[in-house]
Design a protein around this ligand. Structure first.
Ligand code: 5CA
Length: 161
């Protein structure tokens, strides 16, 4: 069965992946919600830990956005990220996330943002052969490897938990 065209935000992520040379990364839009890591894991049929969740924070002093891509099983310890960043982290609200990335919470992808974001990657994701990340909407995901994720984002791999 031919697949339906991707929604605009999901296509934007697909285009970013293609432009970055990750042509094997195929964005899929699922009938079920993938808004949270648990929902995404259930819809995909993988473990929650294999979901690369994209969390946006704000540098408390600079006000700059910070992207933390963490294993869905981990609760991010913000002081650990702050240590790597060099300033404390403040919470980002939904409007900040949308304004800084161009995507809504639950669909924030690791790449394809309006502008580059300082990015940190949870080292725990390295244990998996395959992981899944959000692709622009709360129904869209794509499959990748931890090495792909590190290469496409240029993110710094750190302990987050
Ligand atoms: N699509 C899935 C994974 S493929 C996804 O995006 N999951 S997530 O965990 O990366 O995105 C949801 C995250 O958004 C939550 O873990 C939470 O950190 C954040 N979030 C949810 N609601 C809010 C809110 N009101 N303000 C700020 N952040 C929020």
């Amino acid at each position: 069965m031919p697949s339906a065209p991707l929604s605009r935000s999901a296509q934007r992520v697909q285009d970013a992946l293609t432009a970055l040379g990750f042509s094997m990364g195929q964005v899929v839009e699922l009938p079920a919600t993938t808004r949270t890591a648990a929902e995404a894991a259930a819809a995909i049929g993988c473990t929650v830990a294999q979901i690369a969740k994209s969390l946006v924070f704000k540098g408390a002093q600079s006000g700059a956005p910070v992207l933390v891509i963490a294993s869905g099983a981990n609760h991010v310890d913000t002081p650990l990220v702050a240590g790597a960043l060099g300033e404390p982290l403040a919470k980002a609200d939904a409007d900040f996330v949308r304004a800084q990335t161009g995507f809504v919470i639950g669909g924030v992808p690791p790449v394809g943002h309006d502008r580059p974001l300082r990015t940190f990657i949870d080292q725990d994701l390295r244990q998996f052969d395959v992981i899944w990340a959000a692709a622009g909407t709360p129904n869209a995901v794509f499959r990748l490897t931890p090495v792909d994720l590190e290469r496409m984002t240029g993110g710094e791999v750190i302990r987050v938990t």
